[in-house]
Each structure stands twice: as C-alpha cells, then as structure tokens.
Design a protein around this ligand. Structure first.
Ligand code: FAD
Ligand code: FO1
Length: 457
C-alpha cells in the first residue's frame, strides 16, 4: 500500500485546504496525549519538515469539560506535564491555552500565522463541534488524523455496524495493513521566534479546574511512562490468565489500561503490537485483542455514525419498541439519582459496585453491565436511566466520557450491538442480568465485603 510520509493516507482527513500563511505547523493535541506513537504528531512533523517550518504542540484546557472533575483533570494534567518535558527534549514547544478551542484557537493561529493545523480524530459530538468552529475561524489547512483506531474508523466501515460480528471481519481483513510499527519523532530541525513554549504555572492550572468535588486516585500513575510500564507488567503477569480471570470482580484480572487509553497516554496500536508479540497462548492474546480492537473500535464506530449515541433515540428499533411497550410496567423499586449515587439501593451488590467506582475510579468491567441494567430496572423511564448512568459513569470513572462508555451504556440499557432476548417486565426484550446469575459466576459476598463498609449501610 502507498503511504504518505510513512503514514497510511486512510488515517488522514484533509478537512480544509487553506492558504499557506508561511507560518508554523500546529498540532492541536486533544485525544492522544502522548509524544511517542502518535500519528497526528508524526504527520505534523512531516509537514513541518517538508515545508521547513517550525512545529508547535498546543493543548486547549477547558476548565469545565462536561462531566469532568479534578479526578480526571489531575490525571490528565500530570500526563501533559510529561508531554511538555518530552517535547522539550525534541525542541518542540508545548503551549497550554486555557479556554474552549473555538474561543481561543483561531486567535492563537492568527497570532502565530499558523499555516497547517493537525488534530486527533474523536467521534464525540463535543470534539466534532469544536473542530467545525475552529476550521471556520482559521485561514490555513486543517487535517484530522485517526490515531486511536488501529484501522481508521471511517475506513473500517462507512456505516454504523450492527454488532461485533459485522465489524470483526472488516477489521480482521484490514489489520495486516494497519497493525504496523510506528516511525519515531526526531528532534525538530526548525525553530521560530513566533512560537515559544508557554505552559505557565502547572500549580495554577491545577487550581483553575472548576470541579474539585471528587477525590483523585493514587493507585494508578498517570502519563506515558507509567502507561508503558503498566502494560508491560500486565503482559508479564496478567495476559496469560486474562481469559480465565477477567470476568471475576474479586480478581485483578483486567489490564487496567482504559484510563491510559482514554487520555491517550498510550497508543492502542502499541498495546496491540506488544500483545501480538507476547509469548503466551494464542487464545489469551485473541481474547484480549478482541476487547482492545474489535469491541473498542466498535464503540468508536457507534459514536461516529450515530449522533444519538447518548440518547434513547440512538437505540435500535427493536429495543425502542420493546422498551416503549414496557414503560408503564410496575417498578418494585424506583430510585432517585441521589439514592443511586449514595449506594442506598436495596441491592448490596449494586451498592458495592457503585462504591468501587466512587472510591477506585474504576468499576470492574463485568459489573458495569449489571450496574447499568439495574439502573434501567429501577428508574422511572429508559431516558431517566441513561441520564443517571451517564452522569455517574462520567463523574466517577477515570475512563468516563469515552466512546466505550457511551457504547457500554447503550448496550446495557438499549440493546445496542446486542439482540432481543426473552421478554420480561420493564426491560422487555433487552438482555436481563440478575444477582443470582452473578452469584453463580463469582463470590458476591467477598466482593460486597471488600467494597461495602457495613456500618454505613
Ligand atoms: P480490559 O478487560 O483489560 O480490556 C482492555 C481494553 O479493551 C480496555 O481498556 C478497552 O479499551 C477495551 N475493552 C474492554 N472491554 C470493552 C467493552 N466492553 N467495550 C469496549 N471496549 C472494551 N470503557 C471505558 O473505557 N470507559 C467507560 O466509561 C466505560 N463505561 C462502561 C459502561 C458500561 C455500562 C459498560 C457495560 C462498559 C463500559 N466500558 C467503558 C467498557 C469496559 O467495561 C471497560 O473498557 C473496561 O472494563 C476497562 O477496563 P480494562 O482496561 O482493565 O479492560
Ligand atoms: N480534551 C481537551 O482537548 N481539553 C480538555 O480540557 C479536556 C478535558 C478532559 C477532562 C476529562 C476527560 O475525561 C477528558 C477531557 N478531554 C479534554 C477530552 C479527552 O481528551 C478525550 O478526547 C475524550 O473524552 C475521549 O474521546
């Protein structure tokens, strides 16, 4: 296959061919907050070298990003500090701008006469609206690069996929072409007086975050270096038992890389390369790669092609129909957001899962399904359930506000990527999960004892 600058052309979207103002190349970093293995940054450097221009990396810090608080910002800002240090060694200035991109980026580009702008692909509505507003207010050329999906989202499929089984063959066919190694970034050969590093005082930046109501976590170290160490540790000690242990919430059988992937501290493609090369049984690798590639890329596909990814209207027709038919079913339990949030339901397992999410910032993957399905069962309507689930997920999960979260909640509550099951009250034909089913799978009492303080319940 022909590549541009060693980057597959299918990864790149030229959104606007603008005027060459003669100024530097700007990489607007947002979803991929790392220096290594970053396709958009590599493209930006290639353009800069080709046109003999300076290169600058800009991050727009939005102090009130929807649903985010200091738990997320603390993690993100520490990662960005590391980015700044790594870029300094490569003679690439890092600029932290404060405000929303539509408000501040066009003005910054005009000031430095930015001729080329490169940014990360992200299927979420907020990012797409930022990009539209920025492109309308700038003079130069604008590129969007998919550095998150191994097979670029728009190339893997031109439409919303029905389920994993319809996306899987498409991805598998294209993987040999896209699962390649990365070129490396080089110390940048061109500087400019117009662009200088301007991050300011990180402490002040930290204090500028609007919401400090949820505490940070200390069990996971943020940043590119820690992300790499963490995945290497998992390859050594966790991958060989992943398939056996990943669905038991009492065991630490998952990789815990989702926060790193969410903030872009490590490239999914790097993780996939490392896993592919690991010396463990093929079934273990396949089980992990199915989640990392097919399920994760299916979530991006869902959000990219379905603008209602966060609403009832985004559910498949069969699910909307069956949920509509059960709207007036009697609910034995109907809880307010406050009752859910404070772990006060009648169900100790649900309360323990909610507590794990609040305290650890990461609920076990198996329980996320149970947790969301019970919110549907105990809410006044599917719309109320989506609202509650998204609010809690995004407030407490370190990996929240991610396409994976929107897809996971839509799967649990609205049958997205699933099929119709036996009909029952409230959920209709949407797949049901029960406490008894969980108890058959793992030691529920052990999990509850670990996460629930008996005095407060
Ligand atoms: P591992 O089991 O080690 O998997 C490795 C990677 O594979 C994950 O990091 C993730 O990128 C991918 N993956 C695993 N399971 C899934 C899945 N079901 N769908 C898509 N990708 C998957 N994931 C988030 O990243 N953010 C969220 O906010 C989020 N909310 C969820 C809400 C609900 C209701 C559900 C059912 C799932 C949600 N998920 C979310 C998906 C999944 O539960 C997490 O990605 C996973 O538990 C993260 O832990 P890990 O990295 O240790 O996973
Ligand atoms: N992206 C930005 O470009 N600027 C921000 O200030 C910002 C804050 C933020 C806080 C929490 C969080 O979970 C994500 C945040 N993001 C921010 C977006 C993030 O980089 C991801 O791209 C998306 O959430 C995932 O698609």
């Amino acid at each position: 296959m022909k590549t541009i600058h060693q980057i597959a052309p299918q990864r790149i979207r030229l959104v606007k061919k603008g005027n060459d103002t003669g100024g530097p190349v700007v990489y607007w970093m947002t979803r991929e907050q790392r220096v290594a293995d970053n396709w958009a940054l590599l493209l930006a450097q290639n353009i800069a070298v080709e046109h003999k221009r300076a290169l600058v990396v800009v991050f727009c810090l939005v102090p009130d990003y929807p649903g985010a608080n200091i738990r997320h910002y603390g993690f993100m800002l520490k990662g960005l500090q590391e980015v700044e240090q790594k870029l300094q060694k490569l003679k690439i200035p890092f600029v932290l701008l404060q405000g929303t991109p539509p408000e501040i980026l066009p003005g910054y580009l005009a000031k430095i006469k930015g001729a080329f702008l490169v940014t990360d692909f992200d299927p979420l509505k907020i990012k797409r609206s930022w990009q539209q507003a920025v492109v309308a207010g700038m003079e130069g050329s604008f590129y969007v690069v998919d550095g998150h999906n191994i097979v670029p989202c728009w190339h893997a499929s031109p439409k919303q996929e029905y389920a994993a089984y319809t996306l899987r063959p498409k991805i598998n066919k294209l993987l040999p072409e896209f699962l390649c190694n990365f070129p490396t970034l080089v110390p940048h050969p061109v500087g400019s007086k117009k662009v200088s590093a301007a991050s300011g005082d990180w402490h002040k930046v930290y204090n500028s975050v609007a919401d400090h109501s949820v505490q940070e976590v200390d069990w996971l170290i943020p940043g590119e270096k820690a992300a790499n160490e963490s995945i290497r540790g998992f390859l050594k000690n966790g991958l060989q038992t992943y398939n056996e242990k990943r669905n038991d919430p009492n065991l630490d059988g998952q990789s815990n890389i989702s926060p790193y992937l969410h903030f872009g501290h490590i490239a999914p493609q790097r993780v996939a390369l490392l896993v592919s090369e690991a010396r463990v049984q093929a079934e273990e690798k396949e089980a992990f790669l199915e989640e990392l590639i097919v399920r994760r890329e299916l979530a991006d596909n869902f959000c990219f092609y379905n603008e209602n990814y966060d609403r009832f209207e985004g559910f498949p027709e069969w699910a909307r129909k069956t949920l509509d038919a059960h709207r007036s079913d009697r609910r034995e339990y109907k809880y307010s957001l406050d009752t859910f949030e404070h772990c006060k339901t009648h169900d100790e397992l649900w309360n323990a899962a909610q507590r794990q999410m609040m305290e650890r910032g990461k609920m076990h993957g198996y329980l996320r399904m149970y947790w969301a399905k019970k919110i549907l069962e105990w809410s006044a309507s599917p719309e109320a359930a989506i609202k509650t689930a998204l609010y809690l997920n995004d407030r407490y999960e370190l990996d929240g506000r991610d396409p994976n979260g929107f897809a996971g909640i839509a799967w649990s509550i609205g049958g997205v990527h699933d099929r119709a099951w036996q009909e029952r009250p409230i959920l209709g034909k949407v797949r049901y999960m029960s406490y008894a089913g969980c108890a058959r799978k793992f030691d529920v009492k052990q999990y509850v004892a670990r996460w629930l303080d008996t005095q407060s319940n």
